[in-house]
Design a protein around this ligand. Structure first.
Ligand code: NJP
Length: 224
């Protein structure tokens, strides 16, 4: 059955790949990011009946609230939210990193995730809907980019606890933890990384599962 799926970080990488897979699976999407031109190209490719684009900086609560309002105006409801926007600023640790870089990661990987949940939960409660988070394998182990890694630990932990909060009204929360993925997140593409479409397929699987099945987390790693 057709679902209305709101995707953050939809202008590029994992988010953009997920837009394609979700539409191919028969759903409609609301896409958001800061790059209006990139969002408009996606609308042009799939058509306005299947895609609504609303530009937003998701680290601002009022801007993500506006996305939700526009989504409800056009499609009447939201069934799934994929909170995927995120950033790693040269993955700095403490010794070599700058506080301004840490702030960007905290704003986008932590605050924006909380704001997205805050803005979307009332709509998801109406549909007994599904919240999906992009964390990372960096949210389950240690790596040198201590600040980025810690923001993804937050995303993982938040997902586990939000699942309990949403379960009170039969909502579900899935946290996706990919290993390295070939996206503009990295300067250099490498064949041994995952493809963004691999993560997109995991999202489609989570969306398609029977509502009795509460998929709390999906971890996917490059085979090599
Ligand atoms: O990266 P990229 P990915 N407000 O740079 C958006 C996680 N991850 O697809 O605003 C609104 O292609 C940005 O849009 P724009 C990673 O932590 C990755 O790899 O137009 N949107 C763009 O659409 C992140 O959570 C890997 O610049 C904002 C998107 O976010 C997620 O995957 C591994 C924004 C970033 O797309 C997607 O990253 C892993 C803001 N303030 C987890 N700031 C990996 N690539 O290896 C950014 O485990 N965006």
């Amino acid at each position: 059955n057709e679902k209305i799926v709101l995707i953050t970080g939809a202008s590029s990488g994992i988010g953009a790949a997920t837009v394609d897979k979700v539409i191919e699976a028969g759903h409609k999407v609301v896409i958001t990011a800061r790059s209006t031109d990139k969002l408009n190209k996606i609308v042009k490719r799939w058509g306005e009946d299947k895609v609504l684009a609303v530009t937003a900086d998701v680290s601002k609560l009022d801007q993500i609230q506006n996305v939700v309002e526009k989504a409800k105006e056009k499609f009447g409801r939201i069934d799934v939210v994929f909170a995927n926007a995120g950033t790693g600023v040269n993955t700095p640790g403490i010794e070599n990193g700058e506080p301004s870089e840490w702030k960007t990661m905290l704003d986008v990987n932590i605050n924006a995730l909380l704001f997205t949940a805050k803005a979307c939960l009332p709509a998801l409660k109406e549909t007994q809907g599904h919240f999906i988070i992009t964390s990372s394998t960096a949210g389950k182990k240690t790596l040198k980019g201590s600040v980025y890694g810690a923001t993804k630990w937050f995303a993982y932990g938040f997902g586990q606890n939000l699942a309990a909060e949403m379960a009170e009204w039969n909502g579900r929360c899935t946290t996706i933890c990919p290993g390295m993925v070939n996206t503009p997140f990295f300067d250099e593409a490498k064949p041994d990384k995952l493809d963004p479409s691999d993560v997109a397929e995991a999202v489609v699987y989570a969306i398609s599962a029977n509502p009795r099945c509460d998929i709390r987390e999906i971890t996917l790693m490059p085979t090599q």
